[in-house]
Design a protein around this ligand. Structure first.
Ligand code: CAO
Length: 262
């Protein structure tokens, strides 16, 4: 009942073609690349001027036990407020960036917080990327200035910084420094305290990011990170955290500062 299945017979052998004589591969000329001759020489330059001062202050900063603390600040309302005030400020001939708000609120936060620095004058230093390198001029007596007056001072310092004309009076006497590295880029930093000051804050780049609001809805928020460094011999973590919370809460609800601004 079954048919036997047999494999097909093998195909008849085909006589293989005679092997072709091998043709030599065409010779490709090797390119002659002249060996580069590097004539550059290392240069040794004396460290002087502002750079020398930076070496000195930053070396003495090494002796400070730095305590680092970072947080996120939602600047959405401040962005709105600043865009409302920007035109008004420009009509008075003055550029209004976020820095005057950051500086003023640092000042009122300190006034309301535990007084950790017994200095009467709040001369807020501002790390500035100038033609002469990093300089830290300060705005004197921020406690007596309005946000607009701080903007005026800041513009004056920026013009001097850009033309390499910042003088000793603007560069000395600071009591606290803010470094807006975010105007160039980056989110977090590890700022180094400028002795004899005891704290510094670095501001990261403000970015539009998704966040949940108090109702649980997904919203677009203008987020900036702040990185504080404090001298832990003088300022403990809880004090720094309370100060940062207060500073952040003013920035997140800028209308509230109207009650406390002097
Ligand atoms: N995130 C996003 N945008 C920012 C920003 C931030 N953190 N900071 C500033 N900007 C925006 C400003 O709003 C402004 O935008 P508009 O043109 O729309 O107004 C623009 O960037 C330019 O601002 P600016 O630099 O002219 O002004 P500023 O007051 O914000 O900053 C200064 C002044 C002196 C802090 C800054 O020019 C600078 O030098 N930054 C570098 C600081 C630095 O080097 N730190 C490191 C120290 S440790 O080595």
């Amino acid at each position: 009942p079954f048919q036997e299945i047999r494999p097909p017979p093998p195909a008849p052998a085909v006589p293989s073609a005679p092997a072709k004589p091998k043709t030599p591969a065409p010779s490709i000329p090797t390119p002659v690349i002249p060996k580069p001759v590097f004539t550059g020489k290392d240069r040794t330059e004396p460290v002087k001027g502002f750079q020398k001062a930076m070496v000195k202050t930053m070396s003495s900063a090494l002796k400070i036990p730095h305590f680092g603390y970072c947080d996120e600040v939602d600047l959405t309302q401040l962005v709105r407020l600043r865009s409302e005030l920007k035109g008004l400020s420009e009509s008075r001939g003055m550029k209004l960036s976020y820095m005057p708000f950051f500086m003023k609120l640092r000042n009122i936060s300190f006034f309301l917080d535990v007084q950790i620095i017994a200095q009467a004058a709040h001369n807020i230093g501002l790390a500035m990327d100038t033609t002469q390198g990093l300089l830290v001029p300060n705005v004197k007596n921020v406690q007596m200035l309005s946000v607009f007056e701080i903007a005026v001072e800041l513009n004056r310092l920026q013009i001097l910084g850009a033309s390499g004309q910042l003088g000793a009076s603007d560069l000395t006497g600071g009591t606290f420094t803010l470094s807006n590295i975010g105007s160039i880029g980056g989110t977090y930093a590890k700022p180094v305290i400028l002795p004899p000051e005891v704290a510094i804050g670095a501001l990261g780049k403000m970015q539009v990011l998704p966040r949940f609001n108090s109702k649980g809805d997904l919203v677009k928020a203008h987020i900036m990170n702040v990185s504080w460094s404090a001298d832990h011999r003088i300022i403990d973590g809880a004090t720094m955290c309370r100060f940062s919370n207060m500073w952040r809460s003013y920035l997140e609800n800028p209308a509230s500062m109207v009650l406390d601004l002097k």
